[in-house]
Design a protein around this ligand. Structure first.
Ligand SMILES: *[C@@H]1O[C@H](CO)[C@@H](O)[C@H](O)[C@H]1NC(C)=O
Ligand SMILES: *[C@@H]1O[C@H](CO)[C@@H](O)[C@H](O)[C@H]1NC(C)=O
Ligand SMILES: *[C@@H]1O[C@H](CO)[C@@H](O)[C@H](O)[C@H]1NC(C)=O
Length: 969
């Protein structure tokens, strides 16, 4: 028996002389189909075994023994596994995904952020990719390169000191199961059949035609865990895929380390691959199944109890097999159940669980569940309150899970209300691994790294910020032996960045997956030299402490200071053209911006700038100079004073928690969707005009956080789900209530409607309704017809925009007045840039970084590195009045980063001032927000540590002439 493998020798000892067992038909089939490899051993054995068993019995026993062995084989490579052992030169199997013919690549002179040592390791040197693997990192000896026969046989690229990182790993994605553009025929992320569905598999719904694969890779994402949605407590099994296209064009060829339950084959990676599964607690499953948290927890416990029973029966069965007690097994089948087998594997520790769970109460339930049934949890997702309960997380059976978070996407649901931008930092301070994730298409996976950048901005240390999108998610997915790190023997997945990966707007210059370059003719941007350095970030110690102290709901209002405030260390002023008060024609206010070599002093009195120091004691601008003993001094540390930004596009001020109706203004009734409006509403001279100003709510958390992000004005339209929204209002974001002086900036701003293929009435019906209203409508429609109020149309499709441009002319020819028309959303506007310019229509892009989320939005101009132009550069070049907005109210606070990003993506063709105008003057023009309506002068935002559009500055206050105070945060 010497020559036999170990497993076969053990089998031989177990062969007993007990009488032959009657084989069931199903076992027979199983043996023949699934256990072919073992039959070989059985044959070998039967020659040596004295009392000869029938070959069927032998095959049966071998298959049972193999099953019992398989139960006990842990998933993943052994702890002693070294990735370098995958190299052929070390006798390894290589990367089974290698595509023959892929050219070896040598990247020279790179700054290689390897992701290793929790993200702290940076190596200056070279990277060699071959056979789909990283062959070598750092100093690569000439002897190694000689083997490649020089430059002709490999692609040699000089990185000139550029940053190189591992390919990003998105631990939470629905690419393929919620495909873009969203169409009913490919919405496979959520089954709605029952709360417990561990037998479902995301892989069965992963569509290969999702537009998102290429987009995500263009942001450096190379691998993603595709989770089922969160409609169920147990939504099903998840699968990890690489995003690159394969020659087979199949789903299965994307799957990384496909589990044996999928391949029904021996593993080709040398170990039992991990399995993955999604669970979800809280509002999503509860809402769908009209259940409570109590029901949800019982759902889990019941399911795990089923699995436990099967697991115990299997163990009992296998212990008899171990003892060779075949008589004792007479008449009993191997205990298994296809519906519960995946949960049995959870109990056996072979499944990396990803659990969508927000609130402390839910986390508590899962931690107890894990201890009751003794299974580990790989990661909690969304996990809004995890930072408030670190000690609870540490009680999870089998070790503390990784926590997968958004950076700033919170407050949409009650359970997300206490989410915080400081959560990554707080968790890291407790030694808990942090992952940043996209939940694509909730966030566009393409911008996964932005989440890490924001986490860093709010205080997560840089090494962990990078690790949060590379090595930590790889570890949480059980794949840290091959992805998430750049080192010898890892998969050749890497990204070359045009700037420091944690600097805003960092864009891949090239992305490799399995050694294959994924970007053909990428646009390479020219960035300022300083963008190669780690960005400095503000100090948030106080805010972080307050957030924990107030359990996620810290007070967000500043303290107000009237009288004199002396601002020192001011290095720039921006967007102050609105400050002109008629008789003051200083050049600075004409130009709108001014940069100083050294920090200057600016004096603010009762919220109004009264002096910008020219030289010591001499004011460039001096209105009133009074003496005030009670002077407050604020050091802006090289910072800036800039006009407040205006946000538009989200329901800010009309909603607080979007999915809690009682916290929102609600939806307007729509004549095309809801039928005739009640006569109570339509009778009389106002004729059913719905005005946002009547529903405004002040001091909401998103509102105040926007204020703390430099946004001082919001223009919000009534919320509708149909054709007609109503009249928007402009309000002061920092105001306490509507009756405060200056709170309502402009009571009636514009009239808003939507034309879309998503509405139940046809587009042609919507256009017919609009034509009628424009030609014959009364009240505000007559105002619009005369060009005295802007008509803002939410529209994404270029075809609908064409119709609207045609309609505009038709109406103008009829009336002789010029319509003031603005397209909002306008994802496809770039296709009609010249026509839009000629028609005098303004465009507000509410997704300035576009995504083909719907059919109407499918023809995006993706921007660098996929295209040189962006929608914004194209529209500006054509002479269109362009502005930007946001879709989600949580994102209003990030407006200044959106602006900075636009300037960066333009490769220097859009200046900071022009970018600034996209959320100030251009936007006001597009919405008909008149300068006259603004009380005195707009609020001015005080930035410390950098300019208004710098990803390192922080808003520390607002000077409000309207309110006569400086508000200090
Ligand atoms: C990485 O950090 C974790 C804690 O988050 C720690 O347990 C581990 O030892 C660290 N690994 C290295 C290589 O520093
Ligand atoms: C924040 O809290 C920590 C720990 O309680 C404390 O050491 C630190 O001084 C606090 N910092 C600020 C700015 O409040
Ligand atoms: C970006 O700008 C630089 C000059 O600043 C230019 O050399 C380069 O060609 C531009 N890149 C693209 C893609 O336009």
């Amino acid at each position: 028996m010497k020559g036999l493998p170990v497993v076969a020798q053990r089998h031989e000892q177990r062969v007993s002389t007990k009488p032959r067992r009657k084989l069931s038909k199903s076992i027979l089939a199983l043996v023949l189909l699934a256990c072919a490899p073992y039959i070989f051993f059985v044959h070998t054995l039967s020659h040596d075994s004295k009392p000869v068993l029938s070959s069927l019995e032998e095959a049966y026993r071998a298959s049972v023994i193999a099953k019992c062995d398989a139960l006990r084989t842990p998933a993943g490579p052994p702890p002693s596994f070294k990735p370098a052992s995958r190299l052929a030169s070390n006798g390894g199997k290589g990367n089974e995904r290698f595509v023959p013919g892929t050219e070896p690549v040598l990247l020279r002179n790179a700054k290689i952020w390897t992701g290793a040592r929790n993200g702290t390791e940076v190596v200056f040197g070279d990277v060699l990719l071959d056979q789909g693997l990283v062959m070598s990192v750092g100093y690569i000896p000439p002897s190694v390169l000689a083997k490649y026969g020089g430059k002709d046989r490999m692609n040699v690229l000089d990185m000139q000191g550029k940053w190189v990182t591992p390919g990003l790993v998105d631990l939470h994605s629905h690419i393929g199961v919620e495909s873009a553009p969203h169409l009913r025929g490919a919405a496979d992320g959520n089954s709605r059949k029952a709360p417990i569905l561990p037998w479902l598999r995301s892989v069965d719904g992963i569509n290969t035609h999702d537009e998102s694969y290429q987009l995500a890779m263009s942001g450096g994402v190379t691998t993603a865990q595709i989770l089922p949605g969160s409609a169920n407590n147990i939504g099903g099994q998840a699968f990890v895929i690489k995003l690159r296209p394969t020659s087979e064009r199949s789903t299965i060829s994307k799957v990384l380390e496909a589990p044996l339950t999928l391949t029904h084959n021996a593993s080709d990676v040398g170990h039992v691959p991990w399995r993955h599964m999604k669970h979800a607690c809280g509002e999503n499953p509860d809402r769908l199944y009209s259940q409570t948290r109590m029901d949800a927890q019982w759902n889990f416990r019941h399911a795990y109890d089923e699995a436990r029973k099967i697991r115990d029966k299997q163990d009992e069965f296998c212990s008899k097999v171990d003892q060779g007690d075949w008589a004792g097994l007479e008449g009993s089948d191997f205990p298994e159940d296809l519906q519960w087998e995946s949960l049995v594997d959870v109990l056996r520790g072979k499944v990396r669980l990803a659990i969508h769970c927000y609130e402390a109460v839910d986390l508590d339930g899962i931690v107890r569940l894990s201890n009751e049934f003794k299974f580990p949890v790989a990661s909690f997702h969304h996990a809004g309150e995890t930072y408030l309960v670190p000690d609870l997380l540490k009680k999870t059976w089998g070790g503390t899970p990784s926590i997968a978070l958004f950076a700033t996407n919170f407050r949409k649901k009650r359970e997300a209300y206490r989410g915080s931008e400081f959560a990554p930092r707080v968790l890291a301070e407790h030694g808990i691994p942090v992952v940043m994730k996209s939940d694509h298409p909730v966030l566009n996976s393409r911008y996964l790294l932005y989440e890490a950048q924001l986490a860093h901005y709010y205080g997560l240390n840089p090494a962990l910020a990078l690790a949060s999108a590379t090595s930590v998610p790889a570890r949480a997915a059980g794949l840290s032996h091959r992805i998430g790190t750049l080192a010898e023997g890892y998969d050749a997945d890497l990204v070359i960045w045009d700037s420091h990966p944690l600097s805003l707007g960092a864009t891949p210059e090239q992305v490799y997956v399995d050694g294959i370059p994924q970007l053909s003719k990428p646009t390479v941007l020219k960035k300022p030299r300083t963008f190669q350095d780690l960005p400095s970030v503000p100090n948030w110690d106080k805010e972080k402490n307050e957030t924990v102290k107030w359990e996620g709901l810290p007070p967000l209002k500043g303290w107000k200071k009237g009288g004199k405030v002396r601002l020192v260390g001011v290095k720039s002023v921006l967007g102050l053209n609105d400050l002109r008060s008629g008789d003051d024609d200083e050049a600075v206010f004409e130009r709108g911006s001014l940069d100083f070599e050294e920090g200057r002093t600016v004096i603010v009195e009762d919220g109004k700038v009264t002096c910008i120091e020219r030289v010591h004691g001499d004011c460039l601008r001096s209105i009133i100079v009074s003496s005030d003993d009670d002077e407050t001094v604020i050091d802006l540390k090289g910072g800036a004073i800039a006009a407040g930004l205006t946000t538009y596009g989200s329901p800010l001020g009309l909603v607080e928690i979007r999915l809690e109706p009682s916290t929102n203004d609600g939806k307007v009734l729509d004549p095309l969707v809801d039928g005739d409006l009640p006569s109570l509403l339509t009778s009389g001279k106002e004729g059913g005009v719905v005005k946002a100003v009547d529903g405004l709510m002040f001091e909401g958390r998103n509102t105040l956080l926007a204020y703390r992000g430099g946004v001082t004005t919001a223009v919000t339209a009534p919320v509708g789900n149909g054709f007609l929204q109503g009249i928007s209002a402009a309000f002061s974001v920092g105001a306490p209530h509507a009756l405060e002086r200056g709170a309502v900036v402009q009571e009636e701003t514009a009239l808003h409607i939507t034309i879309s293929h998503l509405l139940s009435a046809s587009v042609s019906t919507q256009i017919a309704a609009l034509r009628k209203l424009l030609l014959d409508g009364e009240g505000r429609w007559a105002t619009v017809r005369k060009g005295k109020m802007h008509l803002v149309i939410s529209v994404e499709s270029a075809d609908i925009m064409s119709t609207l441009i045609h309609l505009k002319k038709e109406v103008e020819d009829e009336t002789g007045d010029e319509l003031k028309m603005t397209f909002s959303g306008a994802t496809e506007a770039h296709l009609l840039a010249n026509q839009i310019a000629n028609a005098g229509v303004s465009v507000i892009l509410t997704s300035p970084r576009p995504f083909p989320g719907t059919w109407d939005q499918r023809r995006i101009l993706a921007g660098p590195p996929l295209t040189k132009d962006t929608s914004i550069t194209t529209l500006l070049d054509a002479g269109v009045n362009v502005a930007i907005g946001v879709v989600d109210e949580y994102a209003a606070r990030n407006l200044r980063f959106d602006l900075a990003w636009i300037a960066l993506d333009s490769n220097g063709t859009i200046s900071q001032n022009q970018a600034f105008a996209l959320a100030t003057t251009n936007l006001h023009k597009a919405l008909g927000l008149s300068a006259r309506s603004r009380v005195v002068v707009p609020d001015l935002v005080l930035y410390s540590g950098g300019g208004a559009l710098d990803f390192g500055s922080k808003v520390v206050g607002v000077a409000s002439a309207a309110r006569g105070v400086v508000e200090i945060f």
